[in-house]
Design a protein around this ligand. Sequence first.
Ligand SMILES: Cc1cc2nc3c(=O)[nH]c(=O)nc-3n(C[C@H](O)[C@H](O)[C@H](O)COP(=O)(O)O)c2cc1C
Length: 199
Amino acid sequence: MNDGLWASVWEKGNNSCVKRPFQRREPKVDVFEAVKTRRSIRKYRSEPIPKEKLELILEATRLAPSAANRQPWRFIMVQDQDRKKALAEAANEQTFLSDAAAIAVAVGDPDVSARWHEKDPMIALDHMVLAATALGYGTCWIGAFDEDAVKHLLKIPAKMKIVALLPIGIPAEKPAPRPRKELSEIFFKEEWQTPWPAH
Ligand SMILES: Cc1cc2nc3c(=O)[nH]c(=O)nc-3n(C[C@H](O)[C@H](O)[C@H](O)COP(=O)(O)O)c2cc1C
């Protein structure tokens, strides 16, 4: 069973393109491990992302849910070094961005979904983050950027909403986990502020 999902793969030996079931090529990292090991990575090694791995990441992004299944998202994958540098500048000079192999620019289209065009791309981006993590890549959500500058740089129409940028690349650092609120602080049982039981 592959749920009807296929990926086109170039087979060097046969010098031809074949279709393979998506699941056969899934990495062996489960979702809990990816969620647990993910960190915001702000130092990257320069290796590019092999095409087949990038395809898996894009496919996981494409399959994200959206309100009324409208999929009001577009993603610009930037790999050109000069463009990455310019994007890093437009992102409040967060220069580490340009060291990542790729920067995904998530865009929401208000004409496709007036209500959800900013939120749906965030869901898809998190799929991207977890898929990249599962494949051994680091990412970092980037919300600090000059939207107009990014639009100008990538020729994005003015009416679109740029939701976030996401550098993806091989991590060159291993940050410790950052603190999180306790479960009891953020989960309630049945009603507002009724404590979630400890066990
Ligand atoms: C919407 C959003 C925007 C963010 N923007 C930035 C950013 O512009 N630059 C940055 O270095 N980190 C940014 N972060 C990363 C957060 O600082 C980070 O997720 C948080 O400190 C927790 O660390 P962790 O991701 O390693 O668990 C952003 C995260 C989110 C979810």
